[in-house]
Design a protein around this ligand. Sequence first.
Ligand code: SAM
Length: 271
Amino acid sequence: MNEQYQHRARKRFGQNFLHDAGVIDRILRAIRARAGERLLEIGPGQGALTEGILGSGAQLDVVELDKDLVPILSHKFGHLENFNLHQGDALKFDFGRLQAAPRTLRVVGNLPYNISTPLIFHLLKNASVIQDMHFMLQKEVVERMAAGPGGGDWGRLSIMVQYHCRVEHLFNVGPGAFNPPPKVDSAIVRLVPHETLPYPAKDHRLLERVVREAFNQRRKTLRNTLKALLDAPAIEAAGVDGSLRPEQLDLAAFVRLADQLFEQAPPSVLD
Ligand code: SAM
């Protein structure tokens, strides 16, 4: 690369650039972008995935926080009609700007691990315009997203992601695929927002509240952890055994608890 466009990876931006051509190809094949589609890439970095996506002919918007990467990305892709660069923080990015039709936007990214969970919660708020999402994440985070009830991985992240999306843990990627190599293993996950929510809550904010409260102390019984929100008869009325621990409940049971709270309608619980 021209010396003018040399870039040193920055830890504070979570920069671990993909350099393994086999892994890049495998990710691109999982995404399968096509001409006529609309994609959004979060954190394009030096363009390891960007190049292949643009090659498909799909329309691609990218959001990159690091200002120093802007000249590199512009130099590589600025002349392409299907490329559109936004410099800024993906956590604050207004998806309305893209004016995507419902269920059309495909979101991809080798995400900076320090912001992956808040970013996914930000994206879930915009789930109605999203067709699917493919992310590289820390392997443990993907395992928590894809987990089922009953084990230590089942928690707030699994429940809130599965409320909105079908989750597929596609494959793992070792540290050697990146430069510099991260200290952890990574994995590719596919998230597909449900066309119709399988367990719609009357108010999803109450579901978030119940789940957060329940898993605050995951070793305690629900009767104990939910005391401030629901009393024992209310838990029973939701068809839930209050002597269970939160990790033993499935998504449907959490939704019943949230709906029970909705029936009681204490507005203060959302404060
Ligand atoms: N996609 C590139 C690749 O695979 O080689 C880079 C991946 S690197 C793990 C994460 C990228 O996200 C970096 O380019 C970093 O500057 C960018 N980034 C970090 N925080 C961001 C944020 N809040 N919004 C947008 N981009 C961010």
